[in-house]
Design a protein around this ligand. Sequence first.
Ligand SMILES: [Fe+2]
Length: 306
Amino acid sequence: MLDIERNPSGLGAQIKGIDIAKPVSDQDFAAILSALGNSGVVCFPQQVIEAAQLKAFAGRFGTLEINVANAFYEPGHPEVMVLSNIVEDGKPIGLADAGQDWHTDMSYSREIAYANVLYAIKVPRRDGKALGRTEFADMRAAYDELPGDLKTRLADKTITHDFNKFWEHMRSQPGSRRPPLTEEQRRRKPPVSHPVFLTHPVTGRKTLYANPGYSIRINELSSQESDEILDFLFRHQLQAKFVHAHEWTEGDVLMWDNLCTLHNARPDYGPDEHRLIKRCQVMADKILNPAFVRTAFERAGSAVPH
Ligand SMILES: [Fe+2]
């Protein structure tokens, strides 16, 4: 039986009573789906796992992304990406500047991402305090608190998301080693459109699916109206009342839901303050299939929670 402790704010939960290294039972799987939908971010503390076990756990939730083109990954496990600022023999062992500003993973992709599963192996600390926290913003609460007329106005609208927007933002940061995207890379990641609001497949709650990292245009509005409303949405969605920060501890397996949260990796540590995290990216192919969700809850002897 899982021990699930939800944060009073509604964003974030801690789940104990499970060993991620072992196969997850149908009951636990349904309970995690439910907790992730209800809390947006869940942490499984004190885990000890290998790359293959991280992959097996994450793979229950959907197809895992393989991004070998420009990523550091675990030998033999291209689904497991290495995030790190550690340099060995002059060579970086992981991607050092991943996700450093507010965004939603893969909103720029036709097939969007459902969840990320990260395993913390090394956490930088200064004066005993953990550095490199990851912040999350709750897009269910952000939707709920939008003015009613804006909810109505944007209900049938779509937003263009462009990979190049965040890439160029990262390139503009001091010390960035990212080259500009080539024509070929841009062709392989063309801008895509998604609805402004999504309905979460597990909870049935509406979420605001816009983010300052990749969203560039509300397609059905004039350029000026689009700029004004996006500017409003970006400020609205990052209000402190919607934000929860995760302070990392070694052994944390942290899982978040990209359908209903934004995240931001805080780069408040130096090159000699080492961080090592392994990550799987779960695509939304399965979770957006109603039969997958229904079957997951039926196997656990329960009904979809909404
Ligand atoms: Fe990210």
